[in-house]
Design a protein around this ligand. Structure first.
Ligand code: SAM
Length: 418
């Protein structure tokens, strides 16, 4: 299969066996890249160029047309993220009915029909190559599909030099039952999240995902309901679009992998779920939809969305933005004294605090709160702040609480605790 050539924007390599110098500047800056770019003036010029291109692109619009042609009209490197919910190429074969013989409102639209797997692959390779071209170098793409198409899409992504970051299983809490009883209930869809290239700096809002998940790392299996109830768009009492995705799914995708004001492109816009969520979360969107009725539906839907007004409501404070409080400063402030005894939750390990903020055990093993904690547990690492306790007023207190006290007293703007 022939894939369209990807642009060479990200064709990076470290300084090679020989050193070339950049012509763009009087100072002799070594060229760091196969295109002959250097890390100073060239990078600045490339960024300026990119900014100019992005500024010229119309945003927050629904383009009516075939994405294969419409994507070609967009300049290279102009969007931060692509979210695509392409045709599934469902091979259902015949009308699906419920046990009471009523028809199942599945997907049998013309846009989902392809003559063969080869035709589907050719179509997929063509739009994915264009999607890659319009992505900024540090951009990323999400594509959602079912067992009918996701494996084909995954292979094509890799052949096009996308770099798969995760496959996420969207587990539907309320899937459609399997009416014929000859297979398992098909209760999930798969999303592939891929960076434009290997070794690029894709956006991942780790802390936001953790916050969304009650302060526990977000996993790659997401349990969310399918789109029903008031959120489901209806025309004359029937589904206005057969495959409208839930806004909760898009919200998770956009919160995880974009920042405010980023541009999100959806080449298979459908009812406009991506645009509605992007607008609410203060992201820009570009939607492409070939069906005029769906494009109109999407425009109306997006226009009705009120963006979240306050930037405060959209920001997740990254942990590293909190002021650093070294363990030694607890001693300097007299909150913990040299000679105080620290211990873990189950009191398996104890250590005494030294004047310099390091710890020492009776067996003369020593180290920082982190390294000694790791050594005693035979672990590669340990967060000493959440490992060591101290006795205060008859109670076992985590030493982390002292760090919070210091932050609250000395950096009131950052006193929310970890
Ligand atoms: C699976 S649906 C997307 C549903 C959408 N995510 C939503 O939540 O409503 C795919 C959509 O892509 C559109 N489509 C299919 N082929 C297309 C093409 N070549 N160019 C543009 N749109 C296309 C279809 O009309 C359909 O609305």
């Amino acid at each position: 299969m022939e894939f369209a050539n990807a642009p060479s924007l990200d064709n990076q390599s470290s300084a090679g066996l020989y050193t070339r110098y950049c012509d763009g500047k009087k100072s002799r800056t070594p060229v760091v890249d196969l295109r002959g770019l250097c890390s100073s003036c060239c990078v600045v010029n490339t960024l300026k160029e990119m900014e100019k291109r992005v500024a010229g692109v119309k945003k927050n619009i629904v383009i009516e047309g075939n994405c294969l042609e419409e994507l070609k009209k967009l300049p290279a490197a102009c969007v931060d993220l692509v979210f695509a919910d392409p045709p599934y190429n469902l091979q259902l074969g015949g009308n699906l009915t419920r046990p009471d013989h009523s028809a199942v409102d599945g997907v049998d639209d013309a846009w989902d029909k392809f003559d063969s797997f080869a035709a589907y692959d050719q179509f997929s390779a063509a739009w994915l190559a264009e999607a890659r071209r319009v992505l900024k170098p540090d951009g990323a793409l999400w594509v959602i599909g079912s067992y009918h198409n996701i494996y084909r899409l995954g292979r094509i992504l890799q052949d096009l030099d996308f770099w798969i970051l995760n496959d996420v299983v969207w587990r539907k809490t309320n899937p459609m039952p399997n009416f014929r009883g000859r297979r398992f209930t098909n209760a999930h869809e798969t999303l592939i999240w891929a960076a434009r290239s290997q070794n690029t700096r894709h956006t991942f809002n780790y802390e936001a995902m953790k916050a969304l998940n009650d302060d526990v790392q977000m996993r790659s299996d997401w349990e969310l309901p399918i789109c029903t109830g008031a959120e489901r768009l209806k025309t004359d009492g029937r589904k206005a679009h057969p495959t409208q995705k839930p806004e909760s799914l898009l919200a998770r995708v956009l919160l995880a992998s974009t920042n405010r004001s980023d541009v999100v492109l959806d080449p298979f816009f459908g009812s406009g779920t991506t645009g509605a969520v992007a607008r609410r979360l203060n992201r820009h969107f570009i939607g492409i939809e070939q069906d005029p009725a769906y494009a109109a539906l999407a425009r109306e839907r997006v226009d009705a969305v009120t963006p979240i007004a306050s930037p405060d409501l959209l920001a997740t404070e990254p942990k590293r933005a909190k002021p650093k409080v070294p363990f030694g400063s607890l001693i300097e402030r007299g909150l913990i004294k040299p000679g105080d005894v620290l211990f873990d939750t189950r009191k398996r390990f104890t250590a005494r605090v030294r004047a310099d903020g390091s710890l020492v055990t009776d067996g003369k093993e020593s180290g920082s709160i982190h390294s000694l904690g790791a050594k005693l547990q035979s672990l590669p690492s340990c967060n000493g702040w959440t490992f060591w306790h101290i006795s205060r007023g008859g109670k076992d207190v985590l030493i982390d609480s002292f760090r919070d006290q210091i932050r609250a007293a000395e950096h009131p703007a950052h006193n929310s605790g970890d």
